[in-house]
Design a protein around this ligand. Structure first.
Ligand SMILES: Cc1cc2nc3c(=O)[nH]c(=O)nc-3n(C[C@H](O)[C@H](O)[C@H](O)COP(=O)(O)O)c2cc1C
Length: 216
């Protein structure tokens, strides 16, 4: 079994790789405003409002909303560095990417920032439904298979999917609370998106999730 130290070394290496990609493209990381960690509607009200939406306006998300959303999704909620969603064996295998009109960004919860990943608009390629190309944000969940060394490919997919599901539900509840529209998506051309995202060999997309505003 991979030790936590080895896993963390892998995480540091990934961060370094992301930084290299960033400097190569001369894009700058975007530090998000601090998330508003309080407020929202009561949990039972959010559960009552939770639903999937498949029609979106092209209105962009305010930066504070993006900040709050990403923190709710998989941000750090304790001094230990642990997250708003539970995760497999205390090894973080899921990265959250934000595909927006201005490119693809990797959410780094340790600094609550968006690190540049690709300077192209890939929203339309994050799924097989029309609205994914026009909604302001498509979250793409990516698993680090290389951090699950002693696990069969099937179980890698299983645990990574479960981890992603928790994050996805956090996003659903945040959106319900804030009056935003969202849908978790498995209808994705995975080989195409893995390639377009330029993922290293053992990383793979698990699911995607669109977020935005319902049409006025
Ligand atoms: C694993 C999974 C994959 C899904 N994939 C898609 C998808 O590709 N496209 C889509 O429109 N909805 C997708 N959904 C959303 C479901 O269709 C939706 O949650 C279900 O119909 C219930 O509707 P509700 O979320 O409004 O309660 C997916 C949901 C899950 C849990």
């Amino acid at each position: 079994m991979m030790t936590r130290r080895q896993a963390n070394a892998g995480i540091a290496a990934s961060a370094a790789l992301a930084a290299t990609r960033a400097s190569a493209k001369e894009q700058k990381a975007v530090t998000l405003p601090p998330p508003r960690e309080e407020g929202g509607v009561p949990l039972m009200s959010a559960l009552k409002l939770r639903r999937s939406t498949r029609e979106y306006s092209d209105r962009p998300l305010p930066q504070q909303t993006l900040s709050d959303l990403l923190w709710a999704a998989f941000g750090i909620n304790r001094p230990s560095g642990d997250r708003t969603a539970p995760y497999w064996r205390h090894i973080m295998v899921i990265d959250v990417y934000a595909a927006m009109a201005d490119g693809v960004w990797l959410y780094d919860p340790t600094v609550h920032a968006l690190l540049p990943h690709l300077a192209i608009d890939i929203r339309a390629d994050t799924g097989l439904q029309d609205f994914v190309g026009t909604a302001p944000l498509d979250l793409v969940y990516v698993a680090h298979g290389e951090r699950m060394r002693d696990v069969s490919p099937e179980d890698r997919r299983l645990y990574a999917s479960v981890d992603t599901g928790f994050i996805g539900q956090n996003v659903y509840l945040y959106c319900a609370s804030e009056g935003l529209a969202t849908v978790f998506r498995g209808a994705v051309d995975y080989p195409k998106l893995d390639k377009l995202m330029k993922l290293p060999k053992e990383q793979f997309v698990t699911f995607a999730q669109t977020v935005g505003f319902a049409p006025a």
